[in-house]
Design a binder for this molecule. Structure first.
Ligand code: NAD
Length: 264
């Protein structure tokens, strides 16, 4: 019979857990039996009951702040006696050409998208190693597989996150800690996507262009959902993926494969 709670007794931390992919991942892991700590710099007011109903703790944490991150890991371990899974979903976008990017904007993007994953790895790995293993998932992007002209600094940050994933997977295989990346394409129902579309001169045109760049999304006539990305995370943290490490799984409807075919 299929185990309905395959993550029972496991402790998971999900950064960026207030919203979008992080929130969907936190809920999916909790429903699979994990004890989940959702960490975010900005929880949405009024969502406390939804998280509590799934027994998910909401922890305010800035992933760019080492004291916050160290405290988050310590709190989860103290509460449950374990730390098995860390999902780094906290991230910010930056749509600007390099000549217009300020040092502050560069730092915010790289600090959130890369330094955040460095800090969680730094503080999670000793705990996972002491337990005999663990699993870390970095939510990168199709932009990390194939850079995009409209957001070079974001693309750089996600490329670096994939490099971090491979390097740490190599270093920590002896500790039985698996480190993988998921590279989503256009994901709707996220604050990042909503902000991007709100900034576009014409929302319908922007959606059409986003779909056109992702041939399978175009064929389906819709964006990817946060829950569909969360399913890839669930596979990667599960025992079914025991020998999967250092990989980057694209959940992008083929966006990072190359120039898409013209659709009728
Ligand atoms: P989202 O904006 O809904 O979620 C990102 C979350 O990160 C937010 O809740 C935000 O408050 C949090 N966050 C930002 N800075 C933080 C910080 N310093 N400390 C803690 N939390 C912080 O958007 P999303 O699409 O769910 O984004 C999740 C991840 O997926 C991001 O890393 C993003 O780059 C990546 N991604 C998204 C898409 C997409 O189309 N939405 C595509 C590819 C990759």
């Amino acid at each position: 019979m299929r185990d309905s709670t395959p993550l029972a007794d496991r402790t998971a931390i999900v950064t960026g857990g207030a919203s979008g992919i992080g929130r969907a991942t936190a809920f999916l892991l909790a429903r699979q039996g994990a004890r989940v700590f959702a960490a975010d710099i900005d929880f949405v007011a009024g969502t406390e009951a939804d998280f509590a109903a799934e027994n998910i703790a909401q922890i305010v944490c800035d992933v760019t702040n080492e004291t916050d991150v160290a405290g988050l890991m310590e709190w989860a371990e103290t509460q449950t006696g374990r730390l098995d899974i860390v999902v780094n979903s906290a991230g910010v976008g930056l749509v600007k050409q390099i000549t217009d990017v300020t040092v502050e904007e560069w730092d915010r993007c790289l600090d959130t998208n890369v330094k955040g994953a460095f800090l969680t790895a730094k503080h999670a790995i000793p705990k996972m190693r002491a337990m005999g293993g663990g699993s870390i998932i970095n939510i990168a992007s199709n932009a990390g597989l194939l850079p995009r002209a409209h957001d070079p600094v974001y693309s750089i940050s996600k490329g670096a996150l994939i490099a971090l994933t491979k390097s740490l997977a190599l270093c920590h295989a002896p500790d039985r800690i698996r480190i993988n990346a998921v590279c989503p394409g256009p994901v709707g129902e996220t604050r990042m996507m909503d902000a991007g579309l709100a900034a576009a001169p014409d929302r319908a045109t922007a959606v059409r262009e986003l779909l056109a760049a992702s041939p399978f999304a175009n064929a389906c006539g819709r964006m990817i959902t946060p829950e569909e990305v969360a399913q890839a995370v669930l596979y990667l943290v599960s025992d079914a993926a025991l020998f999967v490490t250092g990989t980057s799984i694209a959940i992008d409807g083929g966006k990072s494969l190359g120039v898409p075919p013209k659709m009728g």
